[in-house]
Design a protein around this ligand. Sequence first.
Ligand code: FAD
Ligand code: SF4
Length: 511
Amino acid sequence: LKKLRLILGDQLNHQHSWYKEEQDEIIYVLMEMRQETDYTVHHIQKVVGFFLAMRNFAEYLKERDHEVIYYHINYKENQQDLAENLKQLIKKNDIEKFEYQLPDEYRLDEQLKEICDSLSVESEAYDTEHFLTQRDDLEKFYKGKKQMTMEYFYRDMRKKYDIMMATKKDPEGGKWNFDKSNRKKWTGKPEIPHERGFRKDVSGLVKEIEEAGIKTMGNIDEKSFNWPTSREDGLSVLNYFCKNLLVHFGDFQDALHTEQAYLFHSRLSFCMNSKMLSPKEVIESVVGYYYEHKDEIDISQVEGFIRQILGWREYMRGIYWLKMPGYRRSNKLDNQNELPPFYWDGNTKMNCLHHSIIQSLDNAYAHHIQRLMITGNYALLTQCHPDEVDAWYLGIYIDAIEWVEITNTRGMSQFADGGIVATKPYVSSGSYINKMSNYCKSCHYKVSKKTEEDACPFNSLYWNFLDDKKEFFKNNQRMNMMMSLLEKKDAKEIAKIKERAAQIIKNPSDF
Ligand code: FAD
Ligand code: SF4
């Protein structure tokens, strides 16, 4: 049977069993398409990163004698639409069977089902062989349980895959979770090794993207593109992480700094989300390195990292398939405000937001705590509509694909799912930010002040948020302490807080 096999831009899995098969009469197709560049406004580095990784993957297949059709964005036969392109290719190449790997996005899953229904040839879907769980494993795991707490799923995964286990039931180091030791501020020491960067000249590709007329956001250094875009690059970033960054990963996981965009973070999300690296090999490399260097690396550094990939990453994917498509519209806190304009240019006097946004625009990257406790925190405190918040996160980060973006943004960060992913909202006043960063030191605002003109906006916004949403949170036990502190505030103070918060929300560009 003459087959056409589709490879989507985030399905660059070199180890897939497809490529180990006999190669008779199989054509692989990869396509750069406007339907993918235009469903949101992406960061220019994200478009470049995906196109370059796809092109490298196509070359890799060709070098191994696979037949590959590659549609460049400006190729004249490119219809820019998945259905149109597939129909055209099937006809032109006398294809008898169409095959694809299950997409990770609901949008594409629906579209491919529709396409297959309308085709005149037979079709078949395959697993991507990437994740450590199946789409519906999470649903089975939590069946009959009231709360879907990630921790229990994570423990189960540790046991199931025998990762850092002392016995079949007991974790190595006597604890499942070393989160409490992962909360250090970084004050210049230990020295942070330079990230494993790249200096790729991508000016030709940027020109192609411009010629195509694709609307993008953010900045790019065309002569020095800094992201891994092949499997070799990805393996090199992974090795670099093990050798240089793992030793302090856990300690400074939550730290924030004006001059350090990456700290001890791995920058592996793009490699994994495009499937150039598998989560299994990342986990095995990191744990393997730890076992070889146990006298130098503490378990708390490693456990913190493993939890993110084996726990959070798989868990978020499970939540996505369990809760879509309704999840996309959830807004349990009924937030309605617009995201402030400074999210697109970093033009704000609030130093924490300024740095986190400028770094995001420059690098198509921010680490987890910048996303959660700076930009996410502010968007939630100012009660922005989750659609607005989602669109921004889906566009700006190189690793942003809906299954992991929406669950983190709408769920973890904006509490729009009403408490499925997070048991309480991730909100804080300026004092948490001051504790974990050096942002406040050089800020226009004073973190210790509450409602004065030069007071940190996060302080009034925080209490205003709790007050506005007190009905919603009245039965949430994890909020009891904060709610009783709120109740103790006298009416005059509350009035001042609310007045200042209203000003900030109404005129975000003045702050
Ligand atoms: P490291 O800190 O080195 O962590 C290692 C790996 O763990 C990451 O590469 C990632 O694969 C995984 N990981 C860590 N935290 C999470 C998490 N919460 N959920 C899933 N995987 C996790 N991650 C994305 O991959 N794509 C997104 O679009 C995305 N959007 C986010 C939006 C918000 C509002 C928040 C709060 C978090 C988001 N995250 C997203 C999760 C996390 O911030 C990024 O995975 C991480 O910052 C990527 O950088 P890194 O590779 O250096 O991560
Ligand atoms: Fe951010 Fe407030 Fe600190 Fe300024 S003082 S950096 S606004 S937390």
